[in-house]
Each structure stands twice: as C-alpha cells, then as structure tokens.
Design a protein around this ligand. Structure first.
Ligand code: HEM
Length: 149
C-alpha cells in the first residue's frame, strides 16, 4: 500500500476504505469462486428439478448481498483511485498507473453491468453462466497484485 505523507486521520480513513474494498471483493469474488468450483457440480448428483430448487434456495440469499458488495467494491475502489493514482510523470504512466487503469476499466465494466441489472433490471451484456465474470475477477485480482511491481 502507498505510504501517505498526509495526516494520520486520512491514513486511518484510507486503511478503513481499503479494508472495506477487500471484504466486499471477498464476498463478490468468493461467491463466484464457490459457484464455479462447487455449486455448478450439484448437477452431478441432483436431478434437474432438485438442482433448480437447491440453487434457488441459495440464490435468493445471494441476490440480497452479492450485487451490493460489488457496488461497494467499485465505490471504495473509485475513492481509493482518486488518492493513489498520482501525477503522470514526463516519461508517461508508471506500471502501477497502467495496470490500475486496466483493472479499473474491467472492474467498472462489471460494476456498471451489475448496477444496470440489479437496480434498473437492464441486462444488456447477458452472461449465460458466471464463468465470464469469474474470469474477469481472476484477472482483476492478478492486476491488483502485479500493479505493485
Ligand atoms: C472501479 C472499480 C475499482 C477501482 C477503481 C479499484 C481500485 C483499487 C485501488 C486504487 C486499489 C489499491 C489501493 C492501494 O493499495 O494503493 C485496489 C486494491 C484492490 N482491489 Fe480494487 N478497485 C476496483 C474494483 C475492484 C474489484 C471489482 C476487485 C475484485 C473483484 C478488486 C480487487 C482488488 C484487490 C484484491 C485489491 C488489493 C490489493 C492488495 O492490497 O493486495 N477491485 N483497488
């Protein structure tokens, strides 16, 4: 994490927002991992009818939490980026700035899609399964680590 020259109160606020970002990412990304790794496998042992019922019993709770945690992840990310992006130097963007920009692009894409679907019931970029958002989350997490190089 960036070391701030600003006052202690600001540093504490940033740490809190960063932690909120991580927890909301755990909830959103965690569900996608569980879905891809385990829930999709329920089909192997349940009949189609049982699978539909079991999945709905889980999804009714997922819908109340997971889309909002994505929104919190995006909102906290947007707050942090305004403080850590920094000036673009004469030699162009740093690795951190480039990778953070790419990450923010994909994450905003997920966020806009999530907000459209949840709040406005618009689903312009339909995903047939959760594999595509899952792949984006894996990419975003990798970018979030390699941007510190
Ligand atoms: C527009 C949306 C987003 C923006 C602008 C954003 C921005 C940021 C920023 C600025 C940091 C680093 C702060 C620092 O330590 O200096 C960060 C950390 C991180 N972000 Fe995001 N983020 C967004 C959404 C997401 C999403 C959707 C995910 C994953 C699903 C994610 C995963 C992470 C992870 C794993 C870190 C932790 C890096 C670490 O401390 O090891 N972010 N994000």
């Amino acid at each position: 994490m960036i070391k701030f020259q600003k006052n202690k109160g600001f540093t504490i606020l940033f740490i809190i927002i960063h932690t909120i970002h991580l927890f909301s990412v755990f909830i959103y990304g965690g569900f996608l991992f569980v879905d891809i790794l385990f829930l999709s496998k329920m089909r192997q042992t349940l009949s189609e009818d049982e699978y539909t019922k079991a999945r709905e019993a889980i999804m009714m709770h997922v819908r109340k939490v997971v889309p909002y945690s994505l929104m919190v992840a995006v909102a906290s990310g947007l707050y942090m980026i305004t403080h850590v992006f920094g000036e673009i130097g004469p030699d162009g963007m740093s690795t951190f700035q480039i990778l953070l920009s790419i990450k923010a692009f994909f994450a905003s894409w997920l966020g806009i899609r999530g907000i459209n679907q949840k709040l406005f019931k618009i689903n312009p970029w339909l995903f047939k399964s959760h594999f595509f958002p899952f792949s984006l989350v894996v990419l975003i997490i990798l970018l979030s680590q390699f941007m510190y190089i």
